[in-house]
Design a protein around this ligand. Sequence first.
Ligand code: 13P
Length: 330
Amino acid sequence: MDINVLKTTAQAMVAPSKGILAADESTKTIQKRLEKIGVQSNPETNLAYRQMLFTTLGVEEFISGVILYDETIRQSIDGQPVPQYLQSKGILPGIKVDKGAVDMANFPGEKITEGLDGLRDRLAEYKELGAKFAKWRAVIAIGAGIPSDTCIESNAESLAQYAVLCQEQDIVPIVEPEVLMDGGHDLARCQEVTKKTLKAVFAKLTAHKAILEGMILKPNMVISGKESTVKAIASEIAKATVETFKEVVPAEVPGIVFLSGGQSPDEATENLAEINKIGGPWQLSYSYGRALQDEALTTWVGKEESVPTAQQAFYDRAQKVSQARSIKSV
Ligand code: 13P
């Protein structure tokens, strides 16, 4: 393990004005996204869509890294393997390494993420293929009587085991404990669950001797549930988010990159701007999937002639999110 490589990569992932594009939708998720625009998902159409995003001129001003899915990291753009293509643009290739969240035995409504078995060997292969960082997503649902301590602890343990296996091979782990927006809970409940989850995650990371300077945290914002009748506004979301993180996220962590988690592109942009107005000891940036892609996806609709306008939509959104991330604290 080379701590300097880890630190340098982690810092590059959250370099000023930049954040990450999450384009690591699983086979099932990309199928859902493409279906919505009337395109049948297969390896070729998946690549056509992602190629439209990756080849957007100048987007590297705003995108430091792209999280790829196993299918994509093995594909090529104009005869060049995707990781090498991205690197030639100055974008770091990353890879989703978890195998998805499945129902947790004995805990109805809760999930545990799989993928630790054989992970060391898979990471070695991804490193060969050019991956500089990785992602593992754990999901924590809020509901009546959930999340349970067992669910939080088990997912935190897996995240920590994943993180140190990545670091062993100089791959920066993105540690993603996502408290879901689904449900009618309010901001205070999300804050309570997020705090508890992050506490557990950092306790496990410390127990497993993870290098905090060589990782990136990818959390949810502290936000009211999608079905909540009391919708928190951006300044409240920002205040609760930064307040919570200051309590539980060590300052050694170089960057926090938020997921968008079902927020609209405008909401995810506005909330990030408000968060940066408050600021903290870490870089506060983005690793958005839907919020960066939605407008480009619905403009593209699978048509070759729509590529330029879809790329413009992607560029414009990436620029707006980058501007939000660059606002200085006041
Ligand atoms: P969203 O921004 O669409 O939530 O996706 C980010 C991600 O990578 C979730 O794992």
